[in-house]
Write a new protein. Sequence first.
Length: 374
Amino acid sequence: MAALKLKTALLLLVSFTGLGGALKFENDMRTPALGDSYLPVLLEEPILPGHGSHNGAISLLQQSEGGPAASRPDAGNMMTYFNAYVDLWGVAKFQKRKAKEVFVLHIPKTGSSFYYSVWTSACPRLPKAFIFSMRSVWDSPNHKGPDVCDTHIYPDVCDHFPYHAEYKGNAIGLFRDPKKRLISEYLWGRKETMDGYDIGGGADKPLLVEAMKMKKAGILYYAQAARGFQTRMLLAETRERVSDYVLTDEDVKQAINIVKNDFAFAGITDDWLVTIFRYHAFVGGLPLYSEFDNVRNSAYSHAEYLEAEKELDDAGWEDPYDGPLYDAIVSLVKEDSRKHFQKPCQELHNQANHSSLNALCKAMIDRGYIDPLS
C-alpha cells in the first residue's frame, strides 16, 4: 500500500512539473487531489464502440447516458492506468523524440484536445496556466520561443490545414471513424447555426454551410458531399482545394501510404486512452491529467446522435474513401502498439509470475492493440 501511494505521489509530481524538468506548480483553479473537479472529461465516444452520453462524452470504462457526473472517469480507475503506465515506462524506458518542428494535421472533430499533448511534449517549459486555459487551444505557444519550446509547432494556430509533403517525417495527427466524425461535425454546425454563430471558414465549412441551409435531409447532403474528407485532408495540400478535391480509389492508396511513410505518429480519436499513452511512448514522458480533458465537446444529446445515425443507416450511407483509410490506420496503430508495448507488457507479466496483468496492457489486449500474453 505504501509503495502504491509513493508511486501515485511520484506520478502526480512528474505530471504537474512537466515533461522537461521541474517547474513550480502553478495555481490553476484545479488541484491534484483525487475525486475533485480536476477529473478529466473525455472526448465524444473516445474509447469504447458506441455512442455518446448526455453531453456527447463517454466515461472511461463504461458507456453512460447519465448527466455530467457520468461523463467523468472514476479517479481510482484513472490512477490505475497512470500507475500501469509508470510500470511500463520503467521497463520500456520510452525515449523522448527530439524534433525541431512538428506539423499537426487537425482534421475537424478529431480532437482539438490533442493539442494539450502536443504542447506538453513540444514545449516542456510551458506554464501550466497556459495549458489549463480553455481558450489556449487556439493560441500556439510558439511565440514564447526557445525559452519554453524545444519544437516549433505548425500551423501557428489550432486550425484545419491539410498535409503537405514539406512536413514529411514530422507530421502527426488523429483520425476518427468516418460516421462518428461526420455526425459530430454536422450536429456541431447545427447547434452553432441555431445559436446565431457564423460557421464559415475552415477547410470543410463551405460544405457544412450549404447543409445548414436545408430544413430536411441536411445531414444526408453533408454526408454525401463530405465523403472522403479525411482522405482529402491528406492530399489536397491547400485549404482552398479540400472541399472540391475529386477522389479516386488510387487516392485512397496514396493517402494510406502518406500516413504509413510520412507521418511520425498517427492516433485514433475513438480510443483516446490508448492514443494518449501511445503518444507518450512515442515522445517520452508521462501525460498530464489535462491531456484527458475535452476542451471542445460538441453540445448534442444521445438522442440527437442516434437520430442522425439512423438517418444515415437507413439511407445506406458509407464512405468509400475514409472507410478504407480509417481501417488501414487502425491496422497501422495496432502494429505500432505491438512494437512499443508487446515486449514490455510480456516482461511485466513475467515479473509478476503471470499472477497479475498490468491494467494498461489488459486494456490494449482487450481492444486488439497487442497480442495476448503467454
